[in-house]
Structure formats: structure tokens, C-alpha cells
Design a binder for this molecule. Structure first.
Ligand code: ADP
Ligand code: MN
Ligand code: MN
Ligand code: MN
Length: 334
């Protein structure tokens, strides 16, 4: 009898920022990956005397690393009564997406990250700093970019897995990179971001390089790492006024968004380094110093999408997309 390997991947209960865990299961060929479980007392999701947590598969993709008929399985965590675990942020995201399905919201998420070699950003001198920022963004050459083989491998893996990866680029701080997922609907876009993060870490093992989502990996005059979240409703894709209304809705709920856009956001949203201070909310055409940017092409076309520049690299995409759905579609329904 044949079988395949299913790597079950889930989001744990680490505080203040949850992280990914995974383990492998051998499944008989022809069968779907079943509900499974894990020891929640080792992931900050249960106490030792009542440790069982449940894994329910929600999104499966071909495993681009093991190949063959093997798969990666994004899971949500349930309690043993099969209700969502308190750390399960996907359930509320899926609920918001279902409630506002008529809006047909699409998301494009730009995931920035930083490669580390031990405690030092990849390619940086052990003591001191590389030349100041300015030439690294979208750079080329071994003195400007660090880790490209990992980036290329990761992009291919995402494509082989059928993820909606739409591009990559080297970022402003050396050793910092970005990939984009979308445009895709929630909660699948968030499932894909988590899976793409897992693939990045897993591929980094082969190169002995770690990718980190720290929002401000180096203090001082170095760019932080964000996760700009672009989105559009059907109305926004047809009409500019709907784009402005979405920006205004975000303005009216700024504090709740900041509170849910990733730990240590105040270190990154300082008003410098292409950010707007977390204490303010501003939107504008082409403005990379704003909280929300309206791309110039959207201004020309008078329709399209807008970019929420506030989310940190270490954000939970289930929380961010769920909150944008509730704020923007909620205001449009009022
Ligand atoms: P930036 O200029 O901010 O670096 P990127 O090209 O990195 O922008 O990312 C833009 C993201 O927006 C991409 O993931 C793209 O797929 C997504 N996007 C494009 N059009 C839409 C749309 N109508 N709705 C939602 N997302 C969109
Ligand atoms: Mn980008
Ligand atoms: Mn970027
Ligand atoms: Mn951007």
C-alpha cells in the first residue's frame, strides 16, 4: 500500500508573537490528511495536565521540498470539543470573510524579512556596519545583496507549491528582502503567507541562514521590516470614491489597527524610514511617508486598490486581513 508524507503546519501560542510549528505524518495513499493532534503544553497552547490540542487541515499544497505526492498542510488549532482554540486567529478571519463575501475583497501582502547569520545580519561585518543605506534597494552585485540564492530557491518553491507569489525584491537595508503574495482572498491569502514563511525558514536550513520577521532588526538609521497590505473591494476596483472611503474607514479605527499590526510597532513606525508615526494617520497619493498610500496608477485610473503601510513584518496575516475586512466593509455597510 502506498503512502504520502503530510507536513502539518500550525501557528503556536508564543507571546507576544506567535510562531510556526510543524510535524510530519505518513498518510495512506488515496486518503485525505485527517484531523490530528499535538502537545499544546510545549507550544504555550495548553497546560501539562490537559495538553491535547487538535489540528484541523484547512489548506493543503504540494510539498516543493519533498516533492512527489507529498504535501504541506496548513492547519488551524482547535480545542478537543472542536471549537477554535483561543490562539486560533483564523476562525475570526474566516468569519469576517464570509460575512463580507459580497465585497469580494482581494489582498496583496508584501512580506519583508531579514536574513541573519547567527546574531548578525547576513553579509554584515561582525563588528561595525556596512556602508549606509542608499544603494541596496533592488541592488545587484555581491557587495550589495546578501542571500540571493535563498531568495531564488524560495521563489521557485512557492511557485512549485502553487502559492500566489507575485514577486520578490532586495530591500533598503542590506540582508533585507521582500516577497509578495496575492492578490488573493482571505483567509487563503493569510494561509499562503504563513506557508510561504514556513518555506523560507525551511529553505534557510539548507543554507544555514535564518530569516527573521523582526520589525526593527537593527536600531538606528536602518529601515525596519513591514508587511504592507494592499487591498481592494469590488467597488474600489471600479470607483475611486470607494478607495477614499476605505482610507477614511481605516482612519476612524486607527488605534485598533495599530494594536493588532504586530509587536513593537512603535519601534518601526517612527515617522522616519518611509513610515508615518504610529501616533498619526495620514493617507496620500504616492506618499511613502503616509500610513496609507494610494498608488499613482490608481489616481490616474480613478479606481483600483490602496496600500496599508502600517503592518509590521511580524504581524499575523489572519488578524490584519480580518480587521481590514471588518473596518472597511463594516463602514461601507453602515
Ligand atoms: P510596492 O510598490 O508597495 O513595493 P508591490 O509591487 O511590492 O508594491 O506589492 C503590491 C501588491 O499589491 C502585490 O502583491 C500585488 O499583487 C497587489 N495588488 C495589485 N493589485 C491589487 C488589487 N486590486 N487588490 C489587492 N492587491 C493588489
Ligand atoms: Mn513592495
Ligand atoms: Mn518593501
Ligand atoms: Mn509597499
Amino acid at each position: 500500500m502506498g503512502f504520502y508524507k503530510a507536513e502539518y503546519i500550525w501557528v503556536d501560542g508564543s507571546e507576544p508573537t506567535s510562531k510556526l510549528r510543524s510535524k510530519g505524518k505518513i498518510v495512506p495513499e488515496g486518503e485525505e490528511p485527517p484531523i490530528w493532534g499535538f502537545d499544546g503544553s510545549s507550544t504555550n497552547q495548553a497546560s501539562g495536565d490537559d495538553s491535547d490540542c487538535v489540528l484541523r487541515p484547512v489548506y493543503s499544497i504540494p510539498d516543493p521540498i519533498r516533492g512527489g505526492n507529498n504535501i504541506l498542510v496548513m492547519c488551524e488549532v482547535l480545542l478537543t470539543d472542536l471549537s477554535p482554540h483561543p490562539t486560533n486567529t483564523r476562525a475570526a478571519c474566516a468569519e469576517a470573510a464570509a460575512k463580507y463575501a459580497d465585497f469580494d475583497m482581494w489582498f496583496g501582502i508584501e512580506q519583508e524579512y531579514t536574513f541573519f547569520d547567527g546574531a548578525t545580519p547576513l553579509g554584515w561585518p561582525e563588528n561595525g556596519f556596512p556602508a549606509p543605506q542608499g544603494g541596496y534597494y533592488c541592488g545587484v552585485g555581491s557587495d550589495e545583496v546578501f542571500g540571493r540564492p535563498v531568495v531564488e530557491d524560495h521563489m521557485d518553491a512557492c511557485l512549485d507549491a502553487g502559492l500566489d507569489i507575485s514577486g520578490i525584491n532586495a530591500e533598503v537595508m542590506p540582508a533585507q528582502w521582500e516577497f509578495q503574495i496575492g492578490p488573493t482572498r482571505a483567509p487563503e491569502v493569510a494561509d499562503q503567507v504563513w506557508l510561504a514563511r514556513w518555506l523560507l525558514y525551511r529553505i534557510g536550513e539548507k543554507y544555514d541562514v535564518s530569516a527573521r520577521l523582526d520589525p526593527k532588526p537593527v536600531l538606528g538609521d536602518w529601515n525596519g521590516a513591514g508587511a504592507h497590505t494592499n487591498f481592494s473591494t469590488r467597488q474600489m476596483r471600479e470607483n475611486y470614491d470607494a478607495c477614499i472611503a476605505a482610507a477614511e474607514a481605516l482612519k476612524s479605527n486607527h488605534d485598533e489597527h495599530i494594536a493588532n499590526y504586530g509587536d513593537r510597532i512603535e519601534l518601526r513606525l517612527t515617522g522616519l524610514h518611509e513610515t508615518c508615526s504610529y501616533k498619526e494617520f495620514r493617507y496620500g497619493v504616492s506618499d511613502r511617508g503616509a500610513s496609507v498610500r494610494i498608488p499613482w496608477q490608481v489616481d490616474v485610473d480613478q479606481k483600483g486598490y490602496i496600500e496599508d503601510r502600517r503592518p509590521n513584518a511580524n504581524m499575523d496575516p489572519y488578524k490584519v486581513t480580518g480587521l481590514i475586512l471588518n473596518t472597511v466593509c463594516g463602514a461601507a455597510s453602515a
